[in-house]
Design a protein around this ligand. Structure first.
Ligand code: BEZ
Length: 210
């Protein structure tokens, strides 16, 4: 089954470096990023896991839990953890699923046979506290992901859940945002008394800091 935005993230139970995880229960009221790695003891993955560990305070600020997945077993994961800490300067501080039976990889369609029939691609899923899939990204094995971009999308999702706005190209926290097209000017006056910059009737930029 193909997962799409808005679908409920499939639940599962799987072993991890932090013990057995029942996914929905583990999520609780948090947001989550679930991301896959092609294989243990691979260079790009090693850098990514160090970086997500380094960024833990940023994910915590956003009420977001990180959970990785690699289709190797727990024993390999435990040995790899030492290498991650040694080479990246940050020890793994979130669970890494040991998906050697490919249970989770299958549920989330992380194996793309025409790319590689056994290894997972680099998938990223952002899942919200209602367990809905809010973002899906797929990167090739050879390209490490940009986790600043994942944080940026989390900021956008969390903001647009609260305010009737959308975020423009290259937006980052604190920049002007777009008043949602569904909001009439009459309603916008109540919602955004600070006023807005109307480039076009459909492109109204507002500074939420004012
Ligand atoms: C890596 O993580 O370094 C990697 C994994 C599979 C193919 C290429 C690179």
């Amino acid at each position: 089954m193909t997962l799409r935005l808005g679908d409920t993230a499939p639940d599962f139970t799987q072993r991890s470096t932090a013990g057995d995880i029942s996914f929905h229960q583990w999520l609780g009221d948090s947001w989550a990023i679930l991301f896959s790695h092609p294989k243990d003891f691979t260079p790009v993955c090693t850098t990514e896991l160090g970086e997500v560990s380094r960024l833990k305070p940023e994910f915590d600020k956003r009420n977001t839990k990180a959970i990785g997945l690699s289709v190797d077993g727990l024993e390999e994961h435990e040995r790899w953890k030492g290498d991650i800490e040694e080479t990246q300067g940050y020890g793994l501080n979130f669970p890494l699923l040991a998906d050697d039976d490919r249970k989770v990889a299958s549920l989330y369609d992380m194996i793309h046979p025409n790319a590689n029939d056994t290894l997972t691609v680099r998938s990223v899923f952002i899942i919200d506290p209602n367990k809905k899939v809010r973002l899906i990204l797929t990167y090739p094995a050879s390209a490490g992901r940009n986790f600043q971009e994942i944080l940026r999308v989390l900021d956008s999702l969390q903001l647009t859940d609260k305010e009737k706005v959308a975020t423009p190209v290259n937006w980052k926290e604190g920049d002007k945002v777009i008043i949602a097209p569904s909001v009439s000017n009459e309603d916008a006056e109540k919602l955004f008394p600070q006023g807005w910059d109307e480039k076009k009737p459909y492109l109204r930029l507002v500074d939420l800091k004012k």
